[in-house]
Design a protein around this ligand. Structure first.
Ligand code: DX5
Ligand code: ZN
Length: 219
């Protein structure tokens, strides 16, 4: 069976003691740390910027997975690279179609992995031209903006589509899914082909995080 990786989203952490919230996540079974960057423009919420990432990135041995829900990713991605990002994901909907390939290549030049994300109403086939050069595709299973929303099942077909494309073409991208992931929805996305599960409220509101992460992985 293939390995499933967990990416806790700090959006649901208690920021009055952020380091305490994240310092045991690796021991608890997480591999990534997911940073939801929101600008109050691309989405209806403001979260945090690169300064928060720079404060903690050297202190935790997790892969820093930055999810840019911002209108101008080209303007800001380098701030996050300098702050310690390992993976930068921007939104398909934030960029003009004819700019996407150039931006993917430009971000790659700064020696990080690059992902692209689509919102629930975006057709996954729109990503076809970029599949061969992407490191990751992030399928949103809620409308981006807030944690704690209900999982949307239309994400499952998109994950299956990407899994089939990957098999047919030997593409190398990982499939990540984000929004409403818990012990009930995780088996569905894993069955469809997801590799990395983002989870905010389910992990951070759980009293036993190690067990929560175990359940998400289906162990
Ligand atoms: C939503 C964010 C998610 C969010 C997930 O816009 O991209 O990463 O933190 O939170 P849960 O797991 O609570 O749905
Ligand atoms: Zn996210």
């Amino acid at each position: 069976m293939k390995e499933i990786f967990i990416a806790p989203s700090i959006l649901s952490a208690d920021f009055s003691s952020l380091y305490d919230e994240i310092k045991f996540l690796k021991d608890d079974g997480a591999t990534y740390l997911h940073f939801d960057v929101m600008d109050g423009h691309f989405v209806n919420n403001i979260s945090f910027g690169s300064y928060v990432l720079s404060c903690i990135s050297k202190k935790v041995d997790l892969i820093k997975d930055v999810h840019l829900m911002i209108t101008d990713p080209e303007k800001y991605y380098l701030d996050f690279v300098k702050a310690g990002a390992d993976l930068i994901t921007f939104h398909y909907e934030a960029i003009k179609e004819n700019e996407i390939e150039r931006l993917i290549k430009k971000i790659k030049e700064s020696n990080v992995r690059v992902g692209i994300s689509i919102k629930p109403n975006t057709d996954v086939k729109k990503l076809d031209p970029y599949l061969s050069i992407l490191d990751l595709i992030l399928i949103m299973s809620v409308e981006p903006g807030f944690g704690g929303q209900k999982f949307m099942e239309n994400s499952l077909n998109k994950i299956e589509y990407l899994e089939n494309k990957r098999k047919e073409n030997n593409f190398l991208y990982k499939i990540e899914v984000d929004g409403g992931i818990n012990d009930l929805t995780a088996p569905l996305v894993i069955k469809s082909g997801a590799d990395i599960l983002v989870s905010g409220s389910y992990i951070f509101k759980s009293k036993d995080r190690k067990n929560a992460i175990k359940l998400l992985k289906g162990e």
